[in-house]
Design a protein around this ligand. Structure first.
Ligand code: SF4
Length: 293
């Protein structure tokens, strides 16, 4: 596969614009369904209605959905023969251009000095994960993850004696409930919760975030996890925390749980909390065509 670097860079800028200014259809559908469930005149219904108006205006005017354009997280799949370094450079150049065009707020600062380079550049910024696949196509998945919801993301180590959570799915259930309960009123609910079970501290968080690329309405291929996702969604929404913590019927749109092998000595459960502004889109390049989802 050959790539036209200038064409690809332009398309990556467009991917960033699309992701910053519009939500995917499945997320918008979840918000519309939530509005219908809330009582007329309730704070929850008003909050969700405002959110929907905000989404429509941002899309019409091509302006960011939220002032916090968040951490830029890429998962890239590439065929053999295209150097990863080229793709990383193109993503970084596209990020600078998108910042100049105000699709992204200049959001990154040096961890020690606090200095803002002004173009969203920096160490491991954007975060880019690249892997090779057998297809003769390129795929760029982009997610913009806000700081408010990242701050209420969490990680647990089982067993957790305080929560009486053991090393099984019941223990996993207990710590997830605890994390969402702790997040109430923060993190801009309703949200989507990605969970990673197993691995080490780093990889379980990576898997938790990867889950956030799944569609809201999909079904986990593992029946035990599908059952847990549904049970969590039903039970959390019955707590009445509601949109933005105002009380109401929808606190969470979906749970998405992944797993990976672990050491016998460790049992981590990582929880990636994503706010209602769940900005994720995909660019695919195949046979010279550029398509967005
Ligand atoms: S948590 Fe999400 S909706 Fe709230 S301010 Fe951050 S990006 Fe915006």
């Amino acid at each position: 596969m050959q790539i036209n670097k200038e064409e690809l860079k332009k398309s990556l800028v467009n991917l960033i614009r699309l992701t910053s200014t519009s939500l995917p259809d499945d997320v918008v559908d979840s918000i519309k369904t939530a509005v219908q469930k809330e009582d007329e005149g309730s704070a929850a219904k008003n909050a969700l209605t405002m959110i929907l108006k905000n989404i429509e205006m941002a899309k019409e005017q091509s302006t960011p959905i939220c002032q916090d354009t968040g951490t830029n997280i890429y998962y890239v799949s590439k065929p053999v023969g295209i150097p990863s370094r080229d793709l990383e450079s193109l993503i970084k150049e596209a990020t600078t251009i998108a910042t100049e065009k105000s699709y992204l707020r200049p959001n990154t600062v040096h961890a020690i000095t606090g200095r803002n380079p002004g173009d969203n550049s920096g160490i491991m910024t954007p975060y880019i994960h690249i892997e090779e696949w057998d297809q003769d196509a390129l795929e760029f998945k982009l997610m913009l993850k806000g700081g408010g919801c990242e701050n209420v993301s969490d990680q647990y180590k089982l067993p957790d004696t305080k929560l009486k959570a053991g090393r099984d799915l019941n223990g996993v259930y207990k710590v997830i409930i605890d994390a969402v309960n702790n997040a109430q009123g923060l993190g801009c609910a309703p949200g989507i919760i990605g969970v990673g079970i197993g691995g080490d501290r780093a990889t379980s968080t990576i898997v938790a975030k990867q889950q956030l690329f799944r569609k809201n309405h999909d079904t986990n291929p593992l029946p035990e996890l599908a059952e847990l996702e549904n049970k969590l969604c039903k039970n959390i929404n019955e707590l009445g925390i509601g949109p933005m913590g105002f009380g109401g019927k929808t606190t969470v749109f979906a749970f998405k749980i992944g797993h990976l092998h672990r050491l016998p000595a460790s049992f981590f459960v990582s929880i990636a909390y994503m706010c209602w502004a769940h900005r994720r889109h995909t660019l695919t390049v195949k046979n010279g065509e550029y398509t967005y989802d």
